[in-house]
Write a protein that binds this ligand. Structure first.
Ligand SMILES: [Fe+2]
Length: 278
């Protein structure tokens, strides 16, 4: 599996506070069979002043430490990019980061108010050749009255990233409801952890995947944590990747038997990543 949204880098935001916690989280990822984590610290003017270069440096440092400790986890760079007026320009200048420098980019809207011209921003990203991925729509309180915005964005090619913990009830009843509904309707593309620590908001991708499988079946659960995230890391065009399947789709019979456990010790992490990305 691949986690495209994680606050694993230590000391950059409200995620992991130090290298010790990052190591605990990294071990938890490996134990679940996660091969690669895209580290996505917040970039939010006025609160989290991270920039692309800062994140790259921190990711390289964490990768070195994990390698030295023999923890087989591949680290990639990204950002939890909060909405700013010059978003596309920020990506072009390298101040904001896409996921592993691909065309796919996390976009985090405000939680409590749908900003005016939200759809224009997503449209400008699409026109510029990016595939915006709206982070955790199920946890935005404004989804209650403005689900039509989400529906239109999906119809235009914006991807939706659900949080594994939402399916597990970690954020309460309403986020769980919306996460389940979006899965059932085939409006969710990616499941990610948005992990911040190893206790209250842990890397729980495997449990999230299992919860998703109960709703939409094994094949779509596989697509949420493996096929589409891998397509992102390979920078494939979104049209080449499987469309989300709601529960109206018939068969889970051909669900692939996917290895979800086992850390791959001794098999050569880089070799495996190379093979996946080839
Ligand atoms: Fe996040």
């Amino acid at each position: 599996m691949f986690d495209l949204h994680s606050h694993l880098l230590p000391g950059l935001d409200d995620g992991s506070p130090n290298m010790g916690v990052s190591f605990e989280m990294a071990r938890a990822y490996v134990d679940q069979g996660v091969l690669c984590v895209v580290c996505t610290p917040h970039i939010l003017p006025g609160l989290y002043h991270n920039t692309g270069p800062d994140i790259r440096e921190a990711a390289a440092s964490l990768q070195r430490s994990l390698d030295e400790a023999g923890i087989p986890l591949h680290i990639a760079t990204g950002a939890d990019n909060h909405i700013v007026p010059d978003f596309v320009e920020g990506l072009r200048r390298g101040h904001l980061l896409s996921l592993d420098d691909t065309a796919y980019v996390l976009v985090e809207p405000p939680h409590h108010i749908a900003p005016a011209r939200l759809e224009d921003l997503f449209f400008s990203l699409l026109v510029a050749g990016y595939v915006p991925i709206l982070t955790h729509p199920e946890r935005l309180t404004w989804i209650e009255g403005k689900y039509d915005v989400i529906e239109r964005l999906v119809a235009r090619g914006v991807w939706m990233q659900l949080t594994a913990g939402s399916l597990l009830g970690r954020f309460g009843r309403r986020p769980r409801y919306w996460a389940q509904r979006m899965l059932e309707e085939g409006r969710a593309h990616i499941l990610a952890t948005d992990a911040h620590d190893n206790t209250s908001r842990p890397p729980d991708l495997l449990r999230g995947r299992e919860a998703a499988a109960k709703i939409v079946g094994e094949t779509e659960a596989y697509n949420l944590v493996f096929a589409r995230p891998l397509g992102v890391l390979k920078n494939l065009r979104s049209g080449e990747l499987p469309e989300p399947e709601g529960i109206t789709s018939e068969d889970d019979h051909d669900a692939r038997a996917v290895q979800t456990s086992g850390s791959g010790h001794g098999r050569g992490l880089r070799e495996r990543m190379r093979r996946f990305l080839a």
